[in-house]
Design a protein around this ligand. Sequence first.
Ligand code: MOS
Length: 695
Amino acid sequence: MTSVGTPLERQDARAKVTGTATYAYEHRVEGVLYAWPVTSTVAKGRVVDIDMDSAMATPGVVAVLHADNAARLETNIDLGPVQQASVPELFVLQSKKIAYRGQIVAAVIASSAEAAREGAEKLVVHCEEQAHDVVFRARDPRAYVPSVLGDLGPGNVNRGDADAALEAAEVVVDVAYSTPAQLPHPMEPHSTLASWTEGRLTLYSSEQGPSNTSQAFAALLAMDADDVEVVCDYVGGGFGAKAAPRPPAVLAVLAAKLVGRPVKVAWNRRLMTAHATYRSPTAQRIRLGADGQGKLSAIVHEAQHMTSALSDYVDQTASSARMMYAAEHARTTATAVRLDVPSAGWMRGPGETPGMFGLECAMDELAHRLDLDPIELRIRNEPEVDPSDGKPFSSRNLVACLQTGAEQFGWVSRDRRPGTRRHGRWLVGTGVAASRYPVFTVPSRASATAETDGTFTVAIGAVDIGTGSRTVLAQIAADALEVPVARVRLDLGRASYSAAAFAGASLGTASWGWAVDKAGRVLRDRLRDGAPLGTTVDVDTTEEVSAMRDVSRNAYGAQFAEVKVDAVTGQIRVERMLGVFAAGRIINPRTARSQLIGGMIMGIGGTLMEAADIDETFGDFVQSDLAGYHFPTHADIGDIDVVMLPETDDELSPVGGKGIGEIGVVGAAAAVANAVHHATGRRFRDLPLRLEDLR
Ligand code: MOS
């Protein structure tokens, strides 16, 4: 009896398309009020005075929340290395200092969302404005290694003597790439309903992690995490923007505390840019040293980012360069420049996405210099063990991905010469790039109950942000219990179900699945030993996860793209794209395919359309809504396909999967950019590739 591996339809599909799936803002509680934020119009300064008279006179307005009446939050808190860098962003209304444009400086609370918004528009906030610095420049001398991360930060390694090796190399590629800020914009903007009852707090909130959100609010409010329930029954996407709680949820909590009633907060698109996190722009310099046969001796990848006055977050942009290819000498650094801007944070494949754009384009440039097939170049630099630390790979099927893709994409007969194929007015070219995303596994708890009607309930504090976790976890549970999946009810989306990993870093299914698998097996064995119906078991995978062998775990892939470029207008169309991925066992090929193709489409958007620019005068993003921030529509996507290579890896969680949420986006931009070079003979090293730059 195996449910794992079958293309089961999403269990929540019907609820979602019929509108019965309840998202955070749709929960109903008695006596609810609505808060609308008032945000800073200056990028740096101080709130001096707030004139509340006309806001308070607005029909329906109940109160104004501001720095003088907001409850005090605990500021000396430690949320662990992953979340700590962004903690100061959560100190909403704890001071009158303004650190970025769009910061919450007050909120109006009213009996309807409309009244709250009207009141907010009438609130007059007087600010003292200070000169701001919001311009991100390549090679800014002020770039520093954020203290939260130190020398062991994302991507910082130094092995051998890279400078000497570059000096001695026969061929050197020394190139600079840039990528813009990108906005995650999940379909459902951030929203929270905060409700206090007898000292307990319930948050109906759109989050990627019920458990870590509960823990964060418990810390901020000096409460026991058991007294902070977080409900995320349905979440309309995250892309990293909801991986840790954000200011809108804090605002809802403070507002509810002030008025002693439940309060709802929903962000609109325009509020998202300052609070939803964004992918930092990067300025990268990559140097590759090789011999005449293309054997790499040195890789240097230096990546600069921007961060805010509040956050020390930095992407691991250079982390792939330290381990992708066998090079004896390597140096990788990730630094940040502190500016008076909103805070950058996670966005799908944070670091790997911009970093592999640079590295995989640089590899293509090296192959071109050597007149070598770019797949052959990668094969010649395939490492035996992880070059960054000498650890064995749990499995590494990059070469198999490249070769399978070459066959299926029709790469074999490719003429390497760039700018030589023309169909009418279209220049045609193909490109390839490698993809890689690390495998993380985090301890989780889960419970399983044998119900008296012969069904089973499995509960876990996991969340389904639209990826299909609800479905794949039910499949894993069914196999562990050895029953058909129709007899399993999978409950997730509540912190109280169990302490569990968040839906981020592509670690959800493997981490939750391990706990679900264990709960199912333990319960099955207990029933076999005669335990009665009604029995519940609780399990924890801390011991198993810590006993995992210390090896290098990564998923790999190969991205192939065919583009056509209009020789007259410069318009770029991606005609065909194929992604071949080796990501361990695929739990559900239907939802996996959707994840991987979604990632590749996001990659196409990141190559050709997506960009957010900071306005120098005001200090916030110019593209403040989806009219200005472009991403692909169906008409922009040609023939797109995915191959999932069968892969067995005994060094993973028993679920056997490596994670597929992010690897689909990694390498996609480089494949497209390399194809544009093949089509046109011109290199474009700055994303997005724009018509005006091509002509
Ligand atoms: Mo994802 S960007 O790790 O939430």
